[in-house]
Design a protein around this ligand. Structure first.
Ligand SMILES: Cc1cc2nc3c(=O)[nH]c(=O)nc-3n(C[C@H](O)[C@H](O)[C@H](O)COP(=O)(O)O)c2cc1C
Length: 440
């Protein structure tokens, strides 16, 4: 199958599996532990059906979205994924150029194989940056300065990496820290990937300015271990305060799955939250972001932009997340499958597939623009009562839902409240019905 013939993300996944050595493919696809969370992310979208409304003029449709003062062509962006050069030579540049060509945001991971400045040059107004904290504060301060100088306006801080998840496929594939010899032989069955890898062996380029002149790949890897690993478990909310003081652009926190953490982040003045469980790669028993989205949305109201990633593989998934209250979604593996399958062209194909699916889904359900998507279009067979979700939100945050948006007061008494307009509501009667049914 050629890239242009790929009709769904699943086709790109199959092409990626063929193109990549098993050790790389497993690293992309795997989840932590028994992969319950990674699988749960995919399943969470399947519990919903969309309730179409017909006899409306849907001949003109648009999926443009305004986010943090910029208009994007679709409500989708690229989640940060490290070491994209391992997936395809110069992967970060391919992703950045695709983001520009299709006018969507690209969140570049701090674990990049291409220098920040070079990626920023390729995507001057589409680049967001996800730094990793370093033991030597001067390094992270300099990275933030470099990001600001390169024109980055949106900084994404990852919260869900206190310790690295137990990802068993990679552990099995790299016994005693080295690739299993059988897998090295297996890699030879993917000559194009091997040739690309040898042509441009990925290097943690962004660390070069902080290393001794002439530092080798091994030196940089060691530096990475020294600088990054020890500080992650020490990250607390005071770190977010530190970033807030230092960073004058938009501050987004990613990897929020508990409503309590969501309200803490809002209290510290973040501009956005990405509800995420790191694609199920960290805590193997974490709930799916989609399941937590309505509660988190209820907890924070309209005080911040609430976004989501995890498990998105189709345009219907995107529409469902938006109907449940997400302003925007990000894709991790779906983009990497495209990158592996065909570099720049493959990433663009992934975007085109999702955009086409979003467009058809919107037309099918009777919506002509993103702002019309609401819980009215969601149907879930076994939904719970509204009181359940509102009660859960107040139990989890210790605050009482505020009908004007956000959970602002300490809870004095639990109880049912009226339905605020900005809270996603889904059920059998739609938001104009007398009885509302809600689900989680
Ligand atoms: C191979 C790989 C590398 C990742 N690297 C990072 C990273 O460097 N920083 C980060 O915040 N998240 C990272 N993530 C998590 C993604 O940002 C995102 O949360 C996740 O992939 C979303 O789920 P999805 O792949 O089902 O779309 C990575 C995910 C994958 C698959």
């Amino acid at each position: 199958m050629k890239i242009s013939q790929a009709a769904e993300i699943e086709d790109l996944r199959k092409l990626a599996k063929k193109a990549l050595p098993r050790i790389i493919y497993d690293w992309i696809e795997e989840g932590a532990g028994d992969e319950l969370a990674a699988q749960g992310n995919l399943n969470s979208f399947r519990q919903f059906r969309l309730l179409p409304r017909y006899m409306r003029d849907v001949s003109e449709r648009t999926q443009t979205v305004q986010l943090f003062g910029q208009e994007y062509s679709s409500p989708i962006g690229f989640s940060p994924t490290g070491m994209q050069g391992l997936v395809h030579a110069g992967g970060e540049l391919k992703m950045a150029r695709a983001a520009v060509a299709d006018n969507i945001p690209y969140v570049m991971s701090g674990l990049t194989t291409v220098r920040l400045e070079n990626v920023a040059e390729a995507a001057p107004s589409h680049l967001w940056y996800q730094p990793y904290p370093t033991a030597n504060r001067a390094i992270i301060e300099d990275l933030l300065r470099r990001a600001a100088d390169a024109g980055v306006k949106n900084l994404v801080l990852t919260a869900d990496l206190p310790v690295e998840g137990h990802r068993l496929r990679s552990i099995h594939n790299r016994r005693s820290g080295r690739p299993n010899p059988w897998l090295i032989l297996e890699a030879l069955r993917h000559p194009r990937w091997v040739a690309n890898y040898l042509k441009r062996r990925p290097l943690l380029e962004d660390l070069l300015p902080y290393a001794a002149p002439g530092a080798s790949r091994k030196d940089l890897d060691e530096m990475f271990g020294r600088e990054y690993a020890p500080v992650r478990p020490k990250q607390t909310w005071s770190e977010i305060e530190w970033y807030r003081r230092l960073w004058s652009g938009k501050l987004i926190i990613k990897g929020i799955i508990s409503p309590k953490d969501a309200t803490s982040a809002v209290d510290l003045g973040v501009d956005g939250i990405v509800v995420s469980n790191h694609g199920g790669r960290q805590l193997d028993r974490a709930p799916a972001p989609l399941d937590m989205l309505p509660i988190i949305k209820m907890a924070v109201g309209d005080n911040v932009e609430v976004m989501l990633d995890g498990g998105i593989r189709t345009g219907s998934d995107v529409v469902i997340a938006l109907c449940l209250g997400a302003r925007f979604v990000f894709i991790g593996r779906a983009a990497l499958f495209g990158l592996a399958a065909g570099g720049h062209e493959g990433v663009r194909r992934a975007i085109q597939i999702l955009q086409a699916e979003i467009d058809v889904t919107m037309g099918q359900i009777g919506c002509t623009c993103i702002e019309q998507l609401s819980s009215d279009y969601l149907w879930q067979k076994n939904s719970h009562e509204y009181g359940d979700i509102s009660h859960k939100a107040s139990l989890l945050t210790g605050r009482r839902p505020d009908v004007s948006g956000g959970m602002t007061q300490p809870e004095s008494s639990a109880g049912l409240i009226s339905v605020p307009n900005n809270i996603p509501v889904y059920g059998s009667l739609g938001s104009t019905g007398a009885t509302q049914h809600f689900g989680t």
